[in-house]
Design a protein around this ligand. Structure first.
Ligand SMILES: NC(=O)c1ccc[n+]([C@@H]2O[C@H](COP(=O)([O-])OP(=O)(O)OC[C@H]3O[C@@H](n4cnc5c(N)ncnc54)[C@H](O)[C@@H]3O)[C@@H](O)[C@H]2O)c1
Length: 325
């Protein structure tokens, strides 16, 4: 298939573009910032640019991963989120339809599910998120615009029979994380593999699978997160004493963490359940919390250590252009 991939200069795009090529697809990258895998430099919010991207080649399928996301909240106004994530997605959908494309994969986010109670820590138990979770009440313009874009995909699928797959990945940022300043970034990431993080390679593979399965699925939404070892009945205990739940499931975890100067989480306030992606999309996650423990036991690098390899550093051109948006 000839795939038009937006966000091809970004963190995910730089994994996904070569993976698609390895699977035998032709890839045209489309991004506002230049990059190794980007053939068309332009904005998805510019309809004439989008039309040009489709007119230059016979596009069979679209993966729309480009846009503004969580880190952009600090540097972009709300209107830029609406232009890029909502108008940009509408442009991509309408141009896809005009070009006869029948497969559209949209990269959304679990962030749109995380309600205020989770962030303020006021919920009495951990919130269990699966695709049926409602009501969806995003707490910032990033989540609001991703939710609107998801709805445009749903509507397009309904009205125009376009096969649209919405993927909601959990966290796969490569960089430092300031969410818990008392923990090192690596410790924080390791803990997140229990409930809300996954590796970028697994995110990329989910996109490849979604592309393949789209005609059989029609419209569907999938949470992507490393498979959680917890069950719904754990939610009370996870909030009150997460270490006890983890100790029951992984008796050596506390010792392995302590040996490398790391701490397990005392409390967990949310869990993203990715069962649907495993059972329906057929995604097999390569990296789980148990792999973190294996690495600690064997004295190896943690699986996400490669996230900081020089080839994967954020491209300075990209950072400059994002600031200009
Ligand atoms: N990184 C995460 O932890 C995470 C978690 C959940 C969802 N996501 C989603 O995954 C997708 C990829 O995330 P990422 O981590 O690779 O982000 P990234 O910022 O590295 O990549 C996003 C890309 O989109 C491009 N872009 C921005 N505005 C554009 C526009 N107007 N037109 C065309 N391209 C534009 C950027 O230049 C960038 O290359 C995003 O849609 C993001 O919302 C990311």
């Amino acid at each position: 298939m000839h795939v038009l991939l937006t966000g091809s200069s970004g963190w995910l795009g730089r994994f996904l573009a070569p993976m698609l090529a390895e699977e035998g697809h032709d890839v045209t990258g489309f991004d506002i910032a230049p990059g190794e895998y980007t053939g068309i430099v332009g904005s998805v919010s510019d309809r004439s640019m989008v039309d040009r991207a489709f007119s230059n080649a016979d596009i069979d399928a679209v993966i729309h991963a480009g846009g503004l996301h969580q880190p952009d909240l600090a540097r972009c106004p709300s209107s830029a989120f609406v232009d890029t994530n909502v108008q940009g997605t509408l442009n991509m959908l309408e141009a896809s339809r005009a070009a006869g494309v029948d497969r559209f994969v949209f990269t959304s986010t679990t962030s749109l599910m995380a309600c205020e109670a989770v962030h303020s820590g006021t919920s009495s138990r951990a919130v269990w998120f699966d695709e049926s979770y409602a009501p969806l009440e995003p707490r910032n313009v990033y989540g609001v615009t991703k939710l609107a874009a998801e709805q445009l995909c749903r509507l397009h699928s309904l009205q125009h029979r376009m096969n649209c797959i919405v993927l909601r990945p959990g966290r796969f940022f490569p960089g430092e994380d300031s969410a818990q300043p008392d923990l090192s970034a690596d410790n924080h990431k390791a803990n997140e593999f229990l409930n809300c993080r996954l590796m970028v390679d697994d995110v990329a593979r989910a996109h490849v699978l979604a592309l393949e399965r789209a005609p059989a699925l029609g419209f569907d939404t999938f949470i992507l997160s490393a498979p959680t070892p917890f069950v719904r009945d754990d939610t009370n205990d996870l909030k009150r004493n997460a270490k006890a739940v983890i100790g029951r499931l992984f008796p050596e975890a506390a010792r392995l963490f302590a040996r490398r100067g790391r701490q397990l989480p005392a409390s967990i306030s949310r869990v993203y359940d990715s069962s649907h992606s495993q059972s329906v999309l057929g995604l097999r996650y390569d990296t789980r919390f148990s792999d973190i423990l294996t690495a600690l036991r064997e004295g190896e690098d943690l699986p996400f250590a490669t996230d900081r390899s020089p080839g994967c550093e954020q491209n300075p051109d990209l950072q400059r252009m994002e600031k200009d948006l």
